[in-house]
Design a protein around this ligand. Structure first.
Ligand code: DX5
Ligand code: ZN
Length: 217
């Protein structure tokens, strides 16, 4: 059974409280929160003030995905805002080993994300420092994009690397996850499914989350 992490980027921000309650009452496991700076990605979303407000109402793990340059400047602030998992991008870091150990020293789980063009192998030497490996299955920046099929190979490679290293890293897939492709994504070795559009554009979000959760059961 995969961990389900609905992406709040696709929520209705005018009804944010109700959307949070819906996730609280669903079979979802985590809240996936996308922070975008308009520099690492061509879009700007929300930051710490919104996340700390959401934390007051949400009852599940906060999985914060930073799509920002120089993420190491904000680790403590995201901890204060309520992040449980804090994920930075491989492509933004000169000193990722340090950043990952700093995240853990602050009491959070450390995530590392790779864009579609970044080979899985690039994270091999630091795999034991990574609690969550977020493999982007779209080019980050926007919800509602189409899943890139090249991701399947990356999931299999990542799974093999993690097993070989006897690491406990979770594999998370983010972007274009649907009810149609989710079973194949999980079969390839995925532990955590992020779903934005598939959940929030559904006429029955609770039912959609339930279906995602039942995969591989
Ligand atoms: C995009 C974000 C995703 C996004 C996924 O850069 O990282 O989390 O919300 O949205 P869907 O599931 O609609 O592709
Ligand atoms: Zn994301």
């Amino acid at each position: 059974m995969p961990i389900i992490a609905p992406s709040m980027l696709s929520a209705d921000f005018l009804k944010l409280g109700e959307e949070i309650d819906m996730i609280n009452n669903s079979e979802a496991d985590w809240f996936h929160l996308d922070v975008m700076d308009g520099r690492f990605v061509p879009n700007i979303s929300y930051g710490m003030p919104i996340i700390s407000q959401m934390k007051k109402r949400a009852k599940k793990t906060f999985d914060v995905h930073l799509m920002v340059v120089e993420p190491e400047r904000y680790l403590e602030e995201f901890k204060k805002a309520g992040a449980d998992y804090l994920t930075v991008h491989y492509e933004t870091g000169f000193h990722l080993h340090r950043t990952l150990t700093s995240i853990k020293a602050l009491g959070m789980k450390a995530g590392l994300s790779i864009n579609p063009h970044t080979p899985v192998d690039m994270v091999k030497d630091i795999i034991h420092e990574i609690d969550l490996l977020l493999i982007m299955s779209i080019n980050p920046g926007f919800g509602g994009q189409k899943f890139l099929p090249l991701t399947y190979n990356k999931i299999r490679q990542a799974k093999e690397m993690i097993v070989k290293a006897r690491a406990s890293t979770l594999i998370e897939i983010d972007g274009g996850v649907t009810l149609e492709n989710a079973a194949d994504i999980v079969a390839a070795g995925t532990d955590v499914l992020v779903a934005g559009n598939t959940v929030f554009s559904s006429p029955d979000p609770l039912g959609t989350i339930k279906k995602l959760k039942q995969i591989g059961k």
